[in-house]
Design a binder for this molecule. Structure first.
Ligand code: AMP
Ligand code: ZN
Length: 134
């Protein structure tokens, strides 16, 4: 029983190590090495509060697997990325911003304003968003 659990734990840690980039801040948050205000986590994605919120709700939803940006998405990632949207919806429900609406943003590369190179979706709400973008 104990041996089975140890094997399970070892294979899980190995799996996470294989998928993660040891220099990446968001990989460290997903694997629990660095603390964050996690609002939701499962096998595929992690959602946590942005450290510099721009609105009353500002949550980042990330794949647990290290995907650098949309430029690095592969067909094999479709299940993860579809699930990321389902979790964004769940986060919006938990934050009670579904009815009034919210903004979802994925920045890609330098011109896109990406500063952390582990793909993430911003879920921002709790106040009217400002226009225009870009
Ligand atoms: P982006 O500019 O789209 O790459 O977004 C990166 C976001 O990560 C910014 O909104 C930062 O405030 C946020 N951020 C940076 N470090 C942390 C951290 N340790 N915990 C939570 N959010 C962070
Ligand atoms: Zn990463």
């Amino acid at each position: 029983m104990l041996r089975a659990f140890a094997i399970h734990l070892y294979s899980r840690i190995s799996y996470l190590r294989y998928k993660m980039n040891s220099n990446c801040l968001f990989c460290k948050i997903a694997s629990g090495q660095i603390a964050a205000k996690i609002v939701y986590q499962d096998e595929l994605v992690t959602a946590f509060r942005d450290i510099r919120p721009v609105a009353p709700t500002h949550v980042l939803v990330i794949p647990n697997k290290h995907i650098q940006s949309i430029n690095h998405v592969e067909a094999d990632d479709e299940q993860i990325l579809g699930h990321l949207f389902t979790v964004a919806r769940r986060v919006a429900e938990m934050e009670a911003i579904t009815e009034n609406g919210y903004r979802t943003v994925i920045n890609t590369g330098t011109h896109g304003g990406q500063t952390i190179f582990h793909m993430h979706m911003h879920v921002i709400g709790g106040q009217p968003m400002k226009h225009p973008m870009g």
